[in-house]
Design a binder for this molecule. Sequence first.
Ligand code: SAH
Ligand code: SF4
Length: 410
Amino acid sequence: MLSPAVTASSQLVSLDAKNRLGGSPRFLFGMNTAELSNWMVALAQHRWRGKQIADAIYRQRIVDVEGITTLPKDLRQQIASQGWSVGRPELVQVFTSVDGTERYLVQGQSPDGLTVETVWMPEGDGGETGDQIGEPDPTGDVSTEAGREQGKRWDRATICVSSQVGCAVNCQFCLTAKLGLQRNLSPGEIAGQVVSVLDRHGVEVGKERLNLVFMGMGEPFLNYDNFMAAVRLLVEEVGLSPQRMTVSTSGIVPGIERFANEPPEIRPKLAISLNAPNDEIRSEVMPINRKWPIESVVDAVRGIRLRPRERITFEYVLLGGVTDQPEHTEQVARLMRRTGLPVKVNLIAWNPGPGIAYSTPAPEAVEAFRKALAKEDVPVYLRRPRGRDIYAACGQLKRTVEKQGTGTRN
Ligand code: SAH
Ligand code: SF4
């Protein structure tokens, strides 16, 4: 089911966001059932009141305390008078691409007023598989007509989620890097992006084909605790499956090592931003490689106990003349074989951004690269760029309000 806001307009819409966060520093959104239950006990209430609140804010998506009608009125009043509000992050602006992708500016829970970016990609690139060009998806993911029969405009969708405001990693090809790190997002701010987008599109959790990719602004493994707390909220409170979530890292080895120890019931799938065929080029385009070179990243990845049929994704951004040369395919193939892991490669043609002096390879060069890798028996997919015209594509998230090319805004 689509909300009216989605069907109404394909333009940039300033959403009617009354600032529910103003004046109240205490937010329910971000607390899990156990925390809410303990708090209820401290207020001399039944423990199960905590579960009622969790259901209300994470499953029924209620955004104000008054609306939690499973609680008695006097309890709601008591909570509100103590300065508590739901405080779910709000979508304050939406940009809509010609391809149906929506990019949102999301207002977080902090008084600094900084926004982050979240992207909705209907029928889109699941991120973890890449869009298939002429090849079946090995995970068995297929689009169905079911959605259309129900009058929806999408059969499956992917939400791309941010983990930090800006990023400290400084990859040379990435627009987000230009912001530097402004701050970490809290668990509620990370999970809240998802719940607000689910709400906007009327997504029925458990019934609809939905993927999450933690590939927005920021490096999730440099905000590890908050990132994983958000994943737990999304799995345990919202009811999403970790097997439909993929987290992408630039290769933060201590983070990967911690991730390897997460229980499979809550561990998302992993993608590594490889982006170069060898350490020399990788150190040039991703300076973090000097600290954690390719072999150290792969060693850490080997510590993960993969689920049946699970693969590690290696993302590879094709930078014209830098990482897209014919000799690079053989190096990437050798590297992939050396890992000894079940892998797949997601090729991403570089998405341009202002002030970044790389070039996007021609489609023929991208296809030639893909074919050469496939010939080496590497499972390889091409990630179709989504929402490039509204700066929603990979590496373009920088709170850009200008339009580019055919993008629409008003
Ligand atoms: N910080 C994490 C996740 C966010 S970036 C990481 O780097 O993995 C998500 C993906 O977008 C990464 O694979 C990154 O290499 C890629 N990317 C960054 N800038 C890009 C650009 N301008 N064009 C295409 N892909 C880009
Ligand atoms: Fe940060 Fe990822 Fe961009 Fe690198 S590619 S700067 S890690 S967001």
